[in-house]
Design a protein around this ligand. Structure first.
Ligand code: NAP
Length: 311
């Protein structure tokens, strides 16, 4: 718990996995004085009220923004522009406006033109998530030891960047600063392309004629199962990611296709040495990720058979 709250009032616009996790973490650590939340649908707002993890739930984005010191947009990337337009006239002088969108170039392009000069805009992307969505899916520990990338536009007040950095650090994240363009390129290979591949392969398996879908499910532990977790991610969120980070994803997809062709050629020629060398290199990458604490070395991605049987 921090000694003094870093912000008086936090407004969360959108309350799903990310908004809900921020609320839980900020409350647990005493990072803000008060949390006001809103969401698009009456159903979600009613659920947030029932959960009792924020101080107030209000009906509109404008009401949530009034008097807030930190406003975080936790909505799909494609909705950020219209939300920014709605909140702009209600922003308090000196407030910090941020977001959590998985794409940064489009978010900056869509939000910045609406904001008045007397507020600070510091876009952010917590690189942490699960395949679940909605107000019940959040949890306070989501950001612990995960990176949160800030992409402040040129000329952003350094003190505002430091305050947002302190907020994310207080709820467990490690913070790095990048340009929006670089962020979008890095995330295209580390997140967006893997999701595209998972969505593709799970769809392909679903359309096979000779191998039945019950066989695909039954024998999924052979590798397919780990793609299905990624391919179960929220369709709205990921539609927006691919529409708004198209250029970077297409660039990475080009490189991926070339590498896939190389492996296909090695297989066709029976070039075991090339395959072995490639797989040895990729295994070292996995080890590197475990070494820097970004995943557990537990076999089978940490899932015990007993845990599976419980669900
Ligand atoms: P989520 O669980 O689906 O929650 C989305 C929230 O946004 C809900 O409150 C929803 O309201 C609201 N919303 C949806 N469409 C809207 C629209 N057109 N206008 C206004 N509000 C709208 O999503 P999430 O996973 O928290 O993702 C939120 C943001 O975080 C996205 O920008 C995503 O790129 C980013 N992000 C996600 C992850 C992840 O793994 N999920 C990780 C890092 C960053 P209702 O409930 O009322 O429909």
């Amino acid at each position: 718990m921090t000694a003094e709250p870093l912000f008086g009032r936090l407004a969360l616009i959108g309350f799903g996995l990310i908004g809900g996790s921020i609320a839980r973490a900020a409350r647990m650590r005493g990072v803000v004085g008060e949390i006001v939340a809103t969401a698009r649908s009456a159903k979600t707002r009613a659920r947030v009220m029932e959960l009792g993890i924020v101080d107030r739930v209000v009906d509109t984005n404008a009401e949530a923004t009034d008097g807030a010191d930190l406003v975080i947009l936790c909505v799909p990337v494609g909705a950020c522009g219209s939300v920014a337009q709605q909140i702009a006239p209600h922003l308090k002088r000196g407030a910090i406006v941020s977001d959590v969108g998985s794409v940064k170039g489009a978010v900056v392009r869509d939000i910045a033109p609406h904001l008045p000069a007397e507020v600070h805009f510091v876009p952010a992307h917590p690189v942490a998530g699960t395949e679940h969505s909605g107000p019940d899916s959040g949890f306070a520990e989501l950001f612990i030891n995960r990176w949160c990338i800030l992409t402040p536009p040129d000329g952003t007040d350094a003190a505002a960047v430091d305050r947002l950095r302190a907020f994310w650090t207080a709820i467990g994240a490690r913070v790095e600063i990048m340009t929006p363009k670089h962020h979008d390129l890095v995330l295209a290979i580390t997140s967006h392309l893997p999701h595209l591949i998972a969505y593709t392969i799970v769809g392909t398996a679903d359309e096979l004629g000779e191998v039945t879908s019950s066989e695909v499910m039954k024998f999924s532990a052979g590798g397919f199962r780990d793609f299905t977790r990624i391919a179960a991610s929220d369709p709205t969120m990921w539609r927006d990611v691919f529409l708004t980070n198209k250029d970077a994803v297409l660039e990475m997809l080009g490189t991926f296709n070339e590498d896939l062709s190389k492996l296909t050629r090695a297989m066709r020629r029976g070039d075991g040495e090339a395959l072995f060398e490639h797989f040895t290199r990729t295994r070292a990458i996995r080890r590197g990720i475990v070494e820097i604490g970004q995943d557990s070395a537990a076999p089978d991605f940490g899932r015990l058979q007993t845990d599976v049987q419980k669900t």
